[in-house]
Design a protein around this ligand. Structure first.
Ligand SMILES: *Cc1c(COP(=O)(O)O)cnc(C)c1O
Length: 452
């Protein structure tokens, strides 16, 4: 039984700690010592049962543990066994080996970020991605910003400040995380003009709303929901025809956007960026880390004159991408140019992963877990693409289920090292192998066994 009098002073504790934590900064050590003494004082006052040892010994151990916690990063890798390929909360697209290598190479030293090596003078950071994006999308010009929200914001601010933007009522949507198209329009200083009805909007509705105040016709991919039944959306080609006849540019916010067709993978056709450009959109915006499978960024491609205006806009500086993002994005786009995207980009490898391969991995994992005495079985499950693309659609997948699954087990898995996020349904914990990188299979088995 300890009393408050047994508590060491901060200085006494610091002396004891100095020997063990010789290289820890003094302020860090002192703050940890204070915090742990306070905690122990509360425990003694509350007559909490304490482990063996003198208060000094107890505190030395606890301060060391606190320092280890404080010096651990908060952002940690997670094994995604949830079956959602593009999961915003889990960091969206895992990067390709080529992208990671390029980011490390460029990030570790100096680069020609804004330096023209041929001329030996100042260059522009937008050149690195522009020609690739032009070739891949067929657009005249391109630029990259921090994310797609920034791309939409810059386009609206740069082209429609104090003027009107016409949008279908059915597309004035919230994308997620509170990103609402009407709010972004207001923030950018543009006036929103909604036309049509929630389910049906015709080209004539847009035509009737065009005035000398109209700056843009805006089409927004409705991303995470789908209207069905008695619906009519004006096609992009119709909008472009109308816009061009009346001298009003058309902005197409594709959201995810994709450079590869999704139909060959058994999914509905997600509109490609090339299709939007070909259909006559004057500007197209899309994310870098959704179906494109690269680092976080927002792409703007389209007519040269409009893109140049956005590049010169003061906001462009505030929204610009850094060198590692450009390096990772360039490597990602080079995979597309080389025709190797489906083999090299993790998001596409996951979409393309054949069911038999997933089932074979599930059998291995279930076997490992069963050997250790766990109730694990191979199960069929369904993966989702996520990232606001292809809502409601799934890919048949295979995984392992553990019965009984519980909130407690889910929690231990989340707090393990590495952390694992799985799906708990009907009392079963399901690990969908489509979203687990194949090289993580062993780590996943170990993490599950540790959590059990
Ligand atoms: C995801 C999405 C955005 C936002 O893109 P971020 O890259 O997350 O900033 C904007 N518009 C649509 C239609 C989207 O799906």
């Amino acid at each position: 039984m300890h009393t408050l009098r047994d508590l060491p002073s901060v200085d006494r504790l610091l002396t004891a700690l100095r020997e063990r934590n010789a290289d820890a900064p003094h302020d860090l050590l002192r703050a940890a010592a204070r915090a742990e003494i306070d905690l122990l004082r509360n425990e003694i006052q509350a007559v909490v049962a304490l482990p063996e040892g003198t208060p000094l010994e107890l505190l030395v151990g606890r301060v060391a543990a606190r320092l280890a916690r404080e010096l651990r990063p908060s952002l940690l890798p997670v094994i995604n066994a949830s079956g959602v390929i593009i999961q915003t909360n889990l960091g969206r697209a895992p990067l390709s080996a080529g992208a990671l290598e390029a980011m490390a190479r460029v990030g570790a030293g100096y680069s020609n970020l804004e330096y023209d090596l041929e001329a030996g003078e100042r260059g522009s950071r937008s050149t690195h991605l522009e020609s690739l994006l032009r070739r891949l999308t067929g657009a005249e010009a391109a630029m990259a910003v921090n994310n797609n929200a920034a791309a939409v914001y810059l386009a609206l601010s740069g082209l429609a400040l104090g003027r009107e933007v016409i949008i279908s009522r059915g597309q004035a949507v919230e994308i997620g995380g509170g990103f609402r198209i009407p709010d972004v329009l207001r923030q950018s200083g543009a006036d929103l003009v909604e036309v049509g009805t929630t389910n049906r909007t015709y080209a004539r509705d847009y035509a009737a709303a065009i005035s000398e105040r109209t700056a843009l016709l805006l089409r927004v991919h409705t991303s995470n929901f789908r209207l069905m039944g008695f619906v009519h959306e004006t096609s992009l080609a119709e909008l472009a025809e109308l816009g061009h006849a009346r001298g009003v540019p058309v902005l197409d916010d594709l959201g995810s956007g994709t450079l590869l067709a999704t139909a060959p993978y058994g999914l509905t056709a997600e509109p490609t960026v090339q299709e939007s450009v070909a259909a006559g959109a004057d500007l197209v915006t899309f994310s870098g880390d959704k179906l494109l499978g690269g680092p976080q960024a927002g792409m703007i491609v389209g007519r040269r004159e409009l893109v140049e205006r956005l590049k010169r806009h003061p906001l462009a500086r505030a929204l610009r991408v850094d060198k590692t993002t450009i390096a990772g994005m360039e490597a990602t786009l080079l995979s597309y140019l080389g025709g190797r995207a489906a083999d090299e980009i993790p998001v596409w490898r996951m979409i393309a992963a054949p069911l038999e391969g997933l089932r074979a991995r599930a059998e291995l994992l279930a076997g490992r877990l069963s050997l250790a005495g766990t109730q694990a079985a191979v199960t069929s499950c369904a993966s989702a693409v996520g990232g606001g693309s292809l809502p409601g659609e799934t890919l048949p997948s295979a995984g392992v289920s553990i019965t009984p699954g519980s909130d407690g087990l889910s929690r231990r898995l989340r707090l393990g090292d590495p952390a694992v996020v799985a799906r708990l349904t009907d009392g079963r914990l399901i690990f969908d192998l489509r979203t687990v990188l194949p090289e993580q299979d062993t780590a996943l088995a170990q993490a599950i066994l540790a959590a059990l």
